[in-house]
Ligand binder design. Structure first.
Ligand SMILES: Nc1nc2c(c(=O)[nH]1)N[C@H]1C(S)=C(S)[C@@H](COP(=O)(O)O)O[C@H]1N2
Ligand SMILES: [Mo]
Length: 429
């Protein structure tokens, strides 16, 4: 039994509605092509009998001053893969993308990546120092920062290691684990360029180094052009204060660039004439090539997509007929232009619908509605961004990058959908 099925059973309904629909459909053969509703043969107690929830009162207002998802959804949580890292203090967990819809990731289940744990830093204790090659070294309190003009921007944050376990072949069962080092939030904050202009960047200043207040400091260098372009010093995510684990009270948002650069608990911005070459941009977050040399400064996250449902944690339970295929696509270079879906492992492709607003450097939701004949499928999706870049196959990536690499695996994911609706992570050669 899946977690989802367990959750539903705990609801206390007097009969299993799903089981009932299945029986009714089998008895009456009631599912016509294109129709999803089953016609009941007999009386449905969920309709004909007065249910508990209609015989008394529900919770009063204020029962939960800050609400959590209803208990039937308590399987929709971030998950860790314990063997991946030595300690959960310097580790990562995964967004349950198989169970989410739309594009915005709730903070409460957005993946976390900490190098030395998530720290508790209050607004009164918060300071941001700006120094290095600037006319006026400055220190800002939290309140000072809130007085710069404020902006709103949606952006995806993807760890460069997303999919890193899949370089050698299909590894983990579920898109939560293979592609879940990603979240997409609507941020409110101030432009880094406004802060830098307040301090005054000296002409020799070419690089901006950002570091966090946690023990790891997670320092990263970026060219001045990026810092002056679309980088945000953010306080709010999805309309509320950043959660502790995402950098409360202030984090850097670096649209389209690898998650490691999105410094949390931001404490210092320094301007230099060259890159710092810190640990996070030398021994980590560089890409070891087949010949033993490492690519560095691979900041941008290339276009990628994944089918979130059906997928190993979201098998098909309803049998053949109408099937909604859905997934996410994104590109660090701008907007998603098109997403193609293949049902046969990449031989034939059809174009999916892009649902909702398509925003640059943000997650885009796609849907494809098919009439599933109940036979096996090798599901794939392929993202194409506005620069014309086409998401590569894993083999195309390996041919160029070899197998030593961990980061920047944006290869096409394949899900093998079996006739019984179960789904497995596979690769097609
Ligand atoms: N200060 C600080 N910032 C940090 C990190 C960290 O450990 N400390 N981890 C980085 C990494 S590797 C990633 S992928 C993102 C993850 O952001 P999240 O925890 O909000 O998902 O934060 C980045 N910023
Ligand atoms: Mo990361």
């Amino acid at each position: 039994m899946t977690d989802e099925a367990k959750g539903r059973g705990a609801g206390g309904a007097r009969t299993s509605r799903r089981g009932f629909l299945r029986t009714a459909a089998a008895a009456g053969g009631a599912i016509a092509a294109g129709a999803v509703a089953a016609r009941a043969e007999g009386p449905d107690p969920l309709i004909t009998e007065v249910q508990d929830w209609a015989s008394g009162f529900g919770d009063p207002v204020d029962a939960t001053p800050y609400g959590l998802p209803i208990r039937f959804e308590d399987h929709v949580v971030r998950r860790n893969v314990e063997w991946l890292t030595e300690s959960p203090i310097s580790s990562i967990n995964f967004t349950p993308i198989h169970a989410l819809e739309g594009t915005i990731t709730p903070q409460g289940c957005a993946f976390e990546r900490h190098h030395s744990g998530a720290i508790e830093l209050s607004k009164p204790d918060y300071r941001l120092m700006v120094n290095g090659l600037v006319e006026r070294p400055l220190v800002f309190t939290y309140e000072d920062l809130t007085r710069f003009p404020r902006h709103v921007m949606t952006a995806f944050c993807e760890c460069a290691a997303n999919g890193g376990m899949e370089w050698g072949g299909a590894q983990l069962e579920g898109c939560q684990f293979t592609q879940g080092m990603i979240h997409n939030m609507e941020y409110t904050g101030v432009w880094l360029r406004d802060i830098l202009n307040e301090a005054g960047v000296r002409p020799e200043g070419k690089w901006v180094y950002a570091e966090g207040a946690d023990a790891s400091s997670n320092g990263r260098s970026m060219p001045l052009e990026k810092a002056m372009d679309d980088v945000m010093v953010a306080f709010f995510a999805n309309g509320e204060a950043l959660r502790k684990e995402h950098g409360y009270p202030v984090r850097l948002v670096v649209p389209g660039w690898e998650g490691n650069m999105w410094v949390k608990w931001l404490r210092r911005i320094a301007v230099y004439d060259q890159a710092v070459e810190s640990r996070e941009e030398t021994s980590k977050y560089t890409d070891l090539m087949a010949d033993g040399r490492a690519r560095k400064w691979t900041w941008v996250m290339d276009a990628k997509s994944v089918i979130t449902s059906p997928s190993p944690q979201a098998p098909i339970r309803h049998g053949k007929g109408p099937l909604v295929i859905t997934g996410l696509a994104w590109s660090g270079h701008g907007k998603i232009a098109r997403v193609d879906v293949s049902l046969d492992g990449g031989r034939n492709w059809q174009t999916a619908r892009l649902s909702g607003d398509v925003k640059p450097k943000a997650l885009t939701r796609f849907h494809l509605d098919i009439d599933w004949d109940g036979s096996e499928m090798l599901l794939q999706s392929r993202a194409i961004d506005e620069t014309g870049y086409v998401q590569p196959t894993k083999d195309q990536l390996r041919a160029i990058r070899g197998l030593n690499n961990v980061y920047h695996n944006n290869g096409i994911q394949t899900w093998w959908v079996r006739a019984d609706g179960e789904v497995e992570n596979v690769e097609v050669a």
